[in-house]
Design a protein around this ligand. Structure first.
Ligand SMILES: *[C@@H]1O[C@H](CO)[C@@H](O)[C@H](O)[C@H]1NC(C)=O
Ligand SMILES: *[C@@H]1O[C@H](CO)[C@@H](O)[C@H](O)[C@H]1NC(C)=O
Ligand SMILES: *[C@@H]1O[C@H](CO)[C@@H](O)[C@H](O)[C@H]1NC(C)=O
Ligand SMILES: *[C@@H]1O[C@H](CO)[C@@H](O)[C@H](O)[C@H]1NC(C)=O
Ligand SMILES: *[C@@H]1O[C@H](CO)[C@@H](O)[C@H](O)[C@H]1NC(C)=O
Length: 651
């Protein structure tokens, strides 16, 4: 959906107005003019300008996705762990053949020669190039150039018509009524980076114990502390010490890059059994590069790798590093280019009124910035790993809803194929990140409303919150919610404004709200956030699902040894432990675990329930942790021996 050159045709005068609409036709889409205040309608497009037409076909079975995923992820289902192939997934959600045939026939009857029509790889839409005149005749409409206040232009119409008999087969047509979000985003509206933990500074510390001393784990959580805390052995139980070649751990990074010297210092000091020079397998996307010199070392990348290698070594990490430097630093879009790279069909996937990447995503080849990536958008170039850890995120309120829903649907499809995806739950408690939202990261007229996170609120990912060892306590005592007011940091949690409560957590959420209701006013359903006096959405999906330590973890960043924290740390801990369990399942001929949540909610006893602390934000104490699931620590932290037993016992 690129109309970079349309500016050239601006100024052509309208020639004729649309003819009367025959009674065989009906309006298929019409724009609500109230939603497009920032767009100015300019001249009519010239009759011979070329438009890249995309006819979105009605998808089959999209509404069944949830049940299909539960069928293979719910441990009580006879189909547990019977994962799908990517072809089966595409087939399940592809439009029916009669839909494709009907739309093709309509286009051919209307004068579009069959050889001009292409059918996308994922079968979701038909494409052809048309002159404006052809498109206007086909759709009984007029195309105009629209200009955004920020200067971006796009081609669109106010409404279009199609024969009534074809409507049941059509989702939507582009260019159509949609005025795409402008690509320039204001930094005020959202922090420039999608990194979760940017508010928690790295703190230097020289006195960190490098042996197995467990007396200082509150001050600096070393790999030895982490092993004692969650009960996993130093070296994974790999037969013959050999890791499988089909179980590398996937880690996503964007705009933040690891430094090899930092990894080597960390290994030398804390995990000497990991050889110097150990580094991730690059799966670089759209011009991404790593590692970087030490002065540029990224606190997120270094942290993620220094937490995961000690858990999974000798297993590999696959580093999904996205976007050329220009896009990475300006944080255009989020995750779509990554999803394109691990699922080629996502590049052209239509769902929720959007096909392929949105204009807020980076556009490749980059024709704007001289240092940008000049190659084609990378589609389906890497296999998804069995487990993927993502310590990045933002707020639901900052991204178009359809953008989030289309991604969430993709996580559902990856789950069907047996991939487990972990997202950090955010570092600002019930608030969004400082600077997001209306007031201090909160929503509503007075900034009193909690701001749920994205994409961690998607019901098809495992959302990971953060815990901490209590001051002066040991790894053998219960942890509490990570909450460090000096940094404005507490474990992200709350209830989605987009997704309803999924079936697998229904009773957990219900129990929490019945037994531990914090007493805040709430809202449900379709109310206006401008006028409600509620603070959170009682009908929304609750998050996080689980948690792990996210405070004072020992790291080496930029040549300095110190400590760092955040749900960004908790996330790779979970991902690494599940990767280890997958390794053992694969070794005994079982499948990977895939989407974990239904099994975890049905078996909370394999976790350490966290019952103290809360996650403040928006001038409240946030949600208190409690017995059972809570929207601060989820079901709790990993109890590795119990998790291993349980997950190995499943088919
Ligand atoms: C299990 O999968 C089979 C097809 O693979 C399907 O027919 C059956 O309905 C599924 N079982 C359940 C309980 O959904
Ligand atoms: C790890 O990655 C390296 C480089 O791609 C490869 O040579 C090695 O076989 C991999 N090891 C495992 C266990 O997959
Ligand atoms: C932790 O122990 C130190 C030294 O014994 C003491 O000064 C400090 O107050 C303790 N902190 C807490 C929160 O108990
Ligand atoms: C509350 O959540 C539901 C999803 O369960 C959603 O449909 C509704 O729009 C949300 N309400 C608001 C005001 O965002
Ligand atoms: C939600 O409320 C808005 C504004 O009142 C309205 O335009 C919209 O149609 C409503 N949506 C639903 C699904 O009820």
């Amino acid at each position: 959906m690129r109309f970079l050159n349309l500016g050239l045709v601006f100024g052509f005068a309208a020639i004729a107005s649309a003819a009367a609409i025959p009674h065989t036709h009906a309006v298929h889409e019409k724009r609500d003019t109230a939603v497009a205040k920032k767009w100015e309608k300019r001249g009519r497009l010239s009759a011979n300008a070329r438009l890249p037409m995309r006819i979105g076909l009605k998808q089959r079975n999209l509404h069944l996705g949830h049940d299909l995923l539960m069928d293979i992820s719910d441990p009580s289902s006879p189909n547990y762990s019977k994962h799908w192939t990517s072809e089966e997934v595409i087939e399940m959600f592809a439009p029916e053949q009669k839909t494709v045939d009907a739309v093709r026939a309509w286009l051919i009857d209307s004068g579009i020669a069959p050889q001009r029509l292409t059918h996308s790889d994922n079968k979701g839409w038909l494409a052809f190039d048309a002159t404006t005149e052809e498109a206007e005749t086909l759709l009984l409409t007029e195309y105009h150039l629209y200009e955004h206040v920020d200067g971006q232009t796009t081609a669109a119409c106010e409404s279009y018509h199609v024969p009534k008999y074809i409507q049941e087969h059509l989702d939507y047509i582009t260019p159509g009524i949609k005025l795409s979000a402008p690509s320039k985003r204001s930094v005020k509206a959202r922090s420039a980076s999608n990194r979760i933990h940017s508010s928690i500074p790295f703190q230097r510390a020289t006195d960190i114990s490098t042996n197995d001393d467990l007396s200082q784990c509150y001050n600096a959580l070393t790999p030895a502390c982490l092993r004692a805390l969650y009960g996993f052995p130093e070296t994974p139980e790999y037969p013959g010490g050999q890791a499988r070649t089909d179980n590398s751990l996937g880690i996503f990074e964007e705009g933040d890059f690891y430094d090899q010297a930092d990894l080597d210092t960390f290994f030398a000091n804390f995990t000497p059994y990991i050889p110097q020079g150990t580094h991730p397998v690059p799966a670089f996307i759209d011009g991404a590069q790593a590692p970087v010199p030490q002065y540029d070392a990224g606190p997120e990348s270094d942290l993620d790798l220094q937490l995961s290698y000690p858990i999974i070594y000798p297993q590999n990490v696959t580093l999904f590093q996205t976007d050329d430097l220009y896009s990475a630093y300006t944080s255009r879009g989020f995750l779509n280019t990554f999803l394109d790279a691990i699922d080629g069909s996502y590049c052209t996937y239509s769902a929720f009124g959007e096909t392929g990447n949105d204009p807020i995503d980076p556009v490749y080849p980059d024709t704007v910035w001289s240092g940008g990536y000049k190659g084609q958008l990378m589609c389906g170039v890497y296999e998804p790993t069995n487990v993927i850890s993502v310590s990045y995120g933002g707020s639901e309120a900052d991204w178009p809803t359809y953008y989030q829903q289309r991604q969430c649907n993709e996580y559902m499809k990856l789950g069907l194929q047996g991939t487990s995806i972990f997202f950090a739950s955010g570092d600002a408690g019930v608030a969004g990140r400082y600077g997001d939202g209306n007031v201090d990261g909160c929503l509503g007229t007075y900034g009193q409303i909690f701001s749920p996170g994205f994409p961690t609120s998607c019901p098809y990912v495992t959302s990971v919150g953060a815990t901490q060892i209590n001051p002066n306590s040991t790894v053998y005592e219960p942890e509490s919610v990570a909450d460090y007011p000096d940094w404005g940091y507490s474990s992200g949690g709350g209830f989605s404004n987009i997704y309803p409560v999924p079936s697998y957590q229904h009773s957990a959420v219900y129990d929490y709200l019945q037994r531990h209701d914090p007493g805040y006013k709430y809202y449900r359903g379709n109310v206006s956030l401008a006028t409600t006096d509620g603070l959170y959405n009682r009908s929304g999906r609750g998050y996080p699902d689980v948690s792990a330590n996210g405070w004072n973890l020992a790291v080496v960043i930029g040549g300095e040894t110190g400590v760092e924290g955040g749900t960004s740390a908790a996330t790779p801990i979970w991902a690494s432990l599940i990767n280890r369990i997958n390794e053992q399942r694969l070794n005994i001929g079982k499948k990977t675990l895939g989407f974990l949540n239904p099994a975890l909610y049905a078996n909370p006893h394999v976790l350490n329930d966290i019952t103290t602390g809360s996650n403040p934000g928006c001038a409240t104490k946030g949600f208190p942790a409690a017995t059972g699931w809570d929207p601060a620590t989820g079901l709790g932290t990993p109890n590795y021996p119990k998790m291993l037993d349980y997950f190995l016992s499943l088919p």
